[in-house]
Design a protein around this ligand. Structure first.
Ligand code: NI
Length: 191
């Protein structure tokens, strides 16, 4: 297992569109090793997700997992999910405001508007079809990761820059109110 270097905002690769992965690539040991390293790197950095392009590999792959995460203690749990060539389709126009951060954007958080319910179509790491629905906070996490594959960072979607804050000030000033909102979102959408 190798821990990979995570590109930081300003690195040009974060502004490239990641390319599709072929079935032949999926079958290679090198690809499977890369996915293992991506997951390990995400866990080491306490990320809720990590896209391949964030570790300098511009392919349409991302990992998502939320357990007992110190960066996001209020997030509903998500079992480890690896998406290859994901396509997200909103299931309604309903949206919610999500306070987001990113391993490629050090010490900054901000409020982003996200769709509340999505259809997720992708391959898993072995090429099996994934076709499921995700809702609420979890849907926000999926949108954040897939944005990376389309050269977007959460800061691009922050509609009110006055919501930007450091992690320390988030904990101090924003987290109590946001936790209350998360509880409402979880009650409404189940995750
Ligand atoms: Ni990110």
């Amino acid at each position: 297992m190798t821990l990979l270097k995570i590109a930081q905002i300003g690195t040009p690769i974060l502004r490239e569109r990641a390319r599709e992965v072929t079935r032949e690539e999926l079958e290679s040991p090198a690809f499977q090793q890369f996915v293992d390293d991506l997951v390990e790197t995400m866990r080491d950095a306490s990320g809720a997700g990590l896209a391949a392009i964030q570790v300098y590999n511009p392919i349409r792959v991302c990992a998502i997992e939320v357990g007992d995460n110190p960066r996001y203690p209020y997030k509903p749990k998500i079992p480890l999910t690896v998406l290859v060539n994901p396509v997200l389709t909103p299931l309604s126009d309903e949206r919610f405001d999500n306070y987001e951060g990113c391993l490629s954007v050090p010490d900054l958080r901000g409020v982003v508007s996200r769709y509340a319910e999505l259809r997720v179509q992708a391959w898993d790491r072995h090429g099996n079809a994934i076709d499921r629905e995700v809702r609420g906070i979890t849907a926000g996490t999926f949108q954040h990761e897939v944005d990376h594959l389309d050269a977007m960072l959460f800061v691009d979607r922050v509609t009110d820059p006055r919501t930007l804050c450091t992690w320390k000030e988030f904990t101090r000033h924003q987290e109590p109110a946001f936790r209350a909102r998360v509880a409402e979102i979880v009650a409404r959408w189940g995750s």
